[in-house]
Design a protein around this ligand. Structure first.
Ligand code: CP
Length: 306
């Protein structure tokens, strides 16, 4: 594994290795007075973000710094890209500066793959269009493993705007590979046309689909990617597909509530549910740092070929 572009292309062994090293990273750093390891001293990690981000960008930055790497944050809005510079020329510039890893978020699906043609270092996909967000799925899987004890045999419902969700796609491939049963639930207009080819069950009735789940993952309604009316009103969406307190009571006692963030409180998830003890939303953010430490470590030290 030289790059991390999608979860679809990870083998089960590679995915399990990442989750194991994630656990080791968490154990190595938690409780230390200085939460840093020297593993990537002298290495340079570039954060190249063409789309807004709160969690992913800061999480990669924190992860790289905890491994003692040098971090360069490169925001497209304040770079020469705003003057028309191409992705290829930007990549060649980063290559000339000796980037060991480039973390890229881009609105176009496939942009991280293109970057691998121009960069000698590792490329890590931090979200490309509606295509993939592999580290989000890995941190979700790690959170489930910690909270539920295992992933094999567990049932996970992913609810809402599946059509526009790179998080849903990456979770489907990863969780099914790790032996989970994945249920996708949403309005027919927000499910992809090729869903029959995915390794999932599909449901349209949220109340029925919550029965027997171990985890429910609510997805953000991505209005910025919607160029048509996919549902009548926000209230109608919340009534049919929002996770409110009544629906929370339909879940088995041990089941957890997940959301990748950012959230539309009051739409796909009620504020009281997002803030309830059943929700793992901030824990997912914490776990994201360990996962990104593991991935950076494995890619930059050839640990993935262990
Ligand atoms: N979950 C996620 O990708 O969040 P950001 O857009 O804030 O990075």
């Amino acid at each position: 594994m030289k790059h991390l572009l999608t979860t679809k292309e990870l083998t089960r062994d590679e995915a399990e290795l990442i989750l194991d090293v994630t656990e080791q990273m968490a154990e190595a750093v938690t409780g230390r007075e200085v939460p840093k390891l020297p593993a990537l001293r002298g290495r340079t990690v570039v954060n190249l973000f063409f789309e807004d981000s709160t969690r992913t960008r800061t999480s990669f930055e924190t992860a790289a710094k905890r491994l003692s790497a040098d971090v360069v944050n490169f925001a497209a809005k304040t770079s020469s890209i705003s003057k028309g510079e191409s992705l290829r020329d930007t990549a060649l510039t980063l290559q000339a500066m000796g980037a060991d890893a480039v973390v890229i978020r881009h609105p176009a699906a496939g942009a991280p793959q293109r970057l691998t043609e121009w960069i000698d270092g590792a490329v890590l996909n931090a979200g490309d269009g509606t295509h993939a967000h592999p580290t989000q799925a890995l941190l979700d899987a790690y959170t489930m493993k910690r909270r539920l004890g295992a992933i094999e045999g567990r049932t996970v419902a992913i609810v809402g705007d599946i059509l526009h969700s790179r998080v849903a796609r990456s979770n489907v491939w990863l969780l099914s590979k790790l032996g989970a049963n994945v249920r996708l639930v949403g309005p027919p207009t927000l499910l992809p046309k090729d869903i029959d080819e995915w390794p999932v069950e599909v449901g349209y009735d949220l109340d029925a689909s919550l029965k027997g789940v171990d985890a429910v993952m609510m997805l953000r309604v991505q209005r910025e990617r919607m160029h048509a009316a996919f549902f009548p009103t926000a209230n109608e969406y919340a009534r049919l597909y929002g996770l409110d307190e009544r629906r929370l009571r339909l879940l088995p006692d041990h089941a957890i509530v997940m959301h990748p963030g950012p959230m539309n409180r009051g739409m796909e998830i009620a504020a009281t549910v997002a803030d309830s003890p059943r929700a793992t939303i901030t824990e997912q953010v914490t776990n994201g740092v360990w996962v990104r430490m593991a991935v950076l470590y494995l890619l930059l030290t050839n640990g993935a070929s262990r």
